[in-house]
Design a binder for this molecule. Sequence first.
Ligand code: SF4
Length: 360
Amino acid sequence: MPSSAAVSRAKGENACVACGSTVEPTEEYGLDIAGREVTFVATRCPSCANEYVNAPEILRPDKELMEAYRPSASALGSFRRVLTLTSRDREFRHRVGDKVAGTLLWYLLEEDMADVVFLAHLSVTEEPVMAFKKKDLFEAWQIRMGAGRAITTGGGLRANLATLTQLKTFVETDRGLHPRIAVMGRPCQVYTMRKLLWERFASGYELAFALGTFCYGNFAPAGWGGKKLTELLGFDPSEIRQVRFLGDEMEFVSGRGVTRKVPQGNIAGLVNANCLQCYDFSVKFSDISVGHIGGEELFEAAVVRTELGDQVLEQAINDGFLAPAAQLYGKADAEDDEKRSLAFLNAMVDVKKGLTQKVR
Ligand code: SF4
């Protein structure tokens, strides 16, 4: 049974983000996060039957986030502009893989806009992966697959508990040395960092910037799904470092550089259980989301969402760290480019729905 304190707290703080009615608590339980028991409260809306989970002592209510970031504004969420970019930095350009995210994060460190970068998408254990210098960011474009730990907070959103644990682990060892944290991560990880009440969970630290990486799903299913995926790929899913959509196929690249193309229909539903029915592809709560789209090798797409994202990107371009296609090809081509990118990204939202839908 829920305690009366939790019940009144939930009633006071939670309005259904789908219809606005007051949700009712249905269950309360404790979960261990980095050695601390945190109380989670499950609620249900009596009007529209949506169900939510939140941890009011450390996570803000979704209503606040929805009003600030308006994720339902379009299939890609709310954004100011979409552009295609490339890195101007010689060291990033000479390396394999995507370059824009690493360059932008390095710019934040270089210009003293952040003290450290938390690469949330690079860890599937309790150990955080942190970047303090440029060289730590050369592989920021890669992703890692592995068992996840998440709760469904409603409306297809996931709070990633592993990300919270990793952050806490860092904060406890760092002891205030690097208080401004830029985070790079998948949609569930960036959403969790936005939702976090930093002053309560990581006192003295703040979220300085949120950079999203497009996500088709965490392909690390347990049991039968894992075996099936290993057969399809020819390598263990934990070795996946990049996933891309090309035509009707998904392209998987392993840490050893092995590339496998698999028809989309063959891998639908072969994702970690946390990802089933997660529909955020473009990281709707980020300042900027970046990633390769389609077979384009030279440029990467950036979805700019917030004023901070806009300012930082403009500065990084003016200071010669990044170059938009507009600078290289002229305005008309850049407009076509933006339209193409938008069409592709919108199509990807549907592809992701197909890949992560619940298999019944
Ligand atoms: S599909 Fe959703 S829950 Fe799964 S890793 Fe991506 S953002 Fe997280």
